[in-house]
Design a protein around this ligand. Structure first.
Ligand code: HH2
Length: 254
């Protein structure tokens, strides 16, 4: 899954794809590089990020979604807002990627009657403060229980299990130790549903390699491979060409 952040402030590529033309060029580049799907986002969720209003978010992403109609790969929209979910689905989005796991009032209703895929992600706290002091008794068990409960809530709302994938939410209210425990715990999470993993260029890669966000491609590719080895079905990445090459070699040489 190739990431297109239509934002001025995303942590690794903020401002680079902020105009619709830049975002569409990047989306098409990622498709050419071998992305099986795209994830379009109009609001940064980096630690400390300021929330964006729904009209602003719509202004950012709708021209891009319109431009991607018929692009040949499923398009996911990274949003926690029901209004944005409905608008995105109306122009053909195939997936809603919600870092709040459909807990916002109205979110479940916004996706229930479509046949879109849904990613339910775990986050402790909210982006503004989530990295202040994340704490868990047993991070894998707590993330597992949360995601299982959100899946059960979807089932009650009439959303078929086959539409769901889950994501432990690397870096969303987690220390490096929590992230590493979750990486090792992926086989357990994969018992619930297909797992999406997003570690691309994140702080955990920087903490291990000592490199800044713009220099974390190799570390991110290595982490993506480990995630797939541990059972991830979808890897959400900025560097599609490098990740696709690495996965091809990994698969052929396994
Ligand atoms: N990470 C980010 C955003 N959305 N969605 C899922 N399901 N999983 C993730 O790990 C995830 C996500 C943060 O990365 P990015 O989009 O590159 O940055 P920003 O939020 O600053 O735009």
């Amino acid at each position: 899954m190739g990431i297109v952040n239509v934002t001025p402030d995303s942590f690794s590529d903020g401002g680079r794809f902020y105009s619709p033309d830049q975002a569409l060029d990047q989306a098409n580049r990622l498709i050419d590089e071998g992305a099986d799907s795209l994830d379009i986002g109009g609001e940064s969720t980096r630690p400390g990020a300021a929330p964006v209003g729904e009209y602003e978010e719509l202004d950012r992403i709708m021209p891009v979604l319109e431009g991607l109609r018929g692009c040949g790969v499923p398009v996911s929209v990274d949003t926690m807002k029901p209004v944005v979910m409905r608008a995105a689905l109306a122009v053909g989005a195939a997936m809603i990627n919600d870092v709040c796991a459909l807990q916002t009032p109205g979110a479940m209703d916004a996706v229930r009657d479509s046949d879109c895929a849904i990613c339910l992600m775990h986050m402790q706290g909210e982006p503004r403060s989530m990295q202040d002091a994340p704490q868990y008794r047993d991070v894998v068990a707590e993330v597992y229980d949360f995601l299982a409960a959100r899946m059960a809530a979807c089932e009650v709302a009439g959303i078929a299990h086959s539409r769901l994938c889950i994501d432990p939410g690397f870096g969303f209210g987690k220390t490096l130790e929590h992230n590493l425990a979750l990486l090792h715990g992926l086989p357990r999470l994969a018992e619930l549903a297909p797992v999406l993993v997003g570690v691309s260029r994140k702080r955990m890669i920087g903490e291990i390699t000592g490199r800044p966000a713009e220099d974390r491609m190799i570390g991110s590719v290595a982490a993506a491979l480990r995630a797939v080895e541990k059972g991830a079905t979808i890897v959400r990445v900025h560097d599609v060409a490098a990740t696709v090459d690495a996965l091809k070699i990994w698969e052929k040489t396994r």
